[in-house]
Design a protein around this ligand. Structure first.
Ligand code: PMV
Length: 328
């Protein structure tokens, strides 16, 4: 009997960031967060149960999974097996159409696709909210990639209630221009960086107090389809996240000199009347929020300014979905 399922999930970029956990074991966040699921750079993952295997195994972009990556995937699958009452190991085949580990949310699309494919292959009949809570165990931000468009992660009180939901539909149209300043692996992984921030940053309590207010305000701006207010608040929130990280001891600094130059260019474009706003995650890359009609012009300016770097343009993307319903 073959139990196999393939799922596709897209990355998401937070407009109000998740930064810090209140429970590391269960991946419960210190606050809620709010994101846009992208329509570029999906992850496709196949989970195939293997009765003969003595451990989980698989590939990421054609290379054998090993070390930290394999143990993270396997730990997640242990969790799925526990829920499904199974002891069968599995082969995991993952293709990421985005540089892995460069602060471009590959862990979000990766664990969302893995959660959906594994739940199906192991026979868990889960709602999107349950799948979201499951994906959270792999990587916090992955819970948001189960849903499409604008998404809120409700911090919740426990494992089951900490999941994402899709926000009500809105007339707001957003594009995100991703300036890939560096596609290398990030130096400090977000888990360790968050923990250092939570434990040592004197600014962390202020961050935790601010985020719920930012989420409420952001939801109002989204409902009113007020692009300028959405963009400005997203930029302010991202800077506040990085401020809390920069104040950690030792400091957590993801920015490099190109990041600062990119933030300068965003400010210049705005002064020129090309309205756009910056956001940054756990890496040096800068993502620019803009109206869809301005995205190509903005991308071109970034390509010119940074010597032909890769610049991606994304719109609002879909919820995670199964490609083959082959579990039996
Ligand atoms: O889920 P993680 O551990 O990849 O955390 C991601 C955190 C940020 O990308 C920096 C912010 C966010 O909300 O996505």
């Amino acid at each position: 009997m073959t139990k196999v399922a393939t799922a596709v999930a897209h990355p998401n970029i937070a407009l109000i960031k998740y930064w810090g956990k209140r429970d590391a074991a269960q991946q419960l966040p210190a606050t809620g967060s709010l994101s846009l699921t992208l329509d570029i750079a999906p992850t496709t993952t196949t989970v195939e149960l293997d009765e003969a295997a003595k451990a989980d195994y698989g590939t990421l972009n054609g290379e054998d999974l090993s070390g930290k990556e394999l143990s993270r995937v396997s730990k997640f699958l242990d969790h799925v097996r526990e829920r499904a009452g199974s002891t069968t190991y599995t082969k995991v085949t993952t293709v990421n159409e985005i540089p892995t580990g460069a602060g471009l949310a590959s862990s979000a699309s990766g664990f969302a696709a893995l959660a959906l494919a594994a739940a199906k292959a192991y026979g868990l009949d889960y709602s999107p909210e349950q799948l979201s809570a499951l994906a959270r165990r792999g990587s916090g931000s992955a819970c948001r990639s189960i849903f499409g468009g604008l998404v809120e992660w409700l911090p919740g009180d426990d494992d089951a209630s900490s999941h994402a939901v899709a926000l009500p539909s809105t007339d707001l149209e957003l594009s995100l221009v991703v300036a890939v300043l560096s596609a290398g692996r990030k130096k400090i992984d977000s888990r360790a960086a968050m923990q250092t921030t939570v434990e040592t940053s004197p600014f962390f309590p202020a961050w935790v107090e601010q985020v719920p207010k930012d989420i409420e305000e952001m939801k109002q701006h989204i409902a009113a389809a007020d692009f300028s207010a959405v963009g400005l608040l997203a930029e302010c929130n991202a800077m506040a996240m990085h401020a809390s990280a920069l104040a950690a001891r030792p400091p957590v600094r993801y920015w490099n000199s190109d990041s600062v130059a990119a933030l300068d260019l965003v400010a210049t474009l705005r002064e020129e009347g090309l309205e756009c706003y910056a956001t940054m995650d756990a890496g040096p890359n800068v993502k620019i929020l803009c109206r869809p009609s301005d995205a190509e012009k903005i991308a071109e300016r970034f390509r010119n300014e940074f010597g032909g770097i890769n610049v991606l343009i994304s719109g609002s993307g879909p919820a995670a979905y199964l490609v083959e319903n082959t579990a039996s």
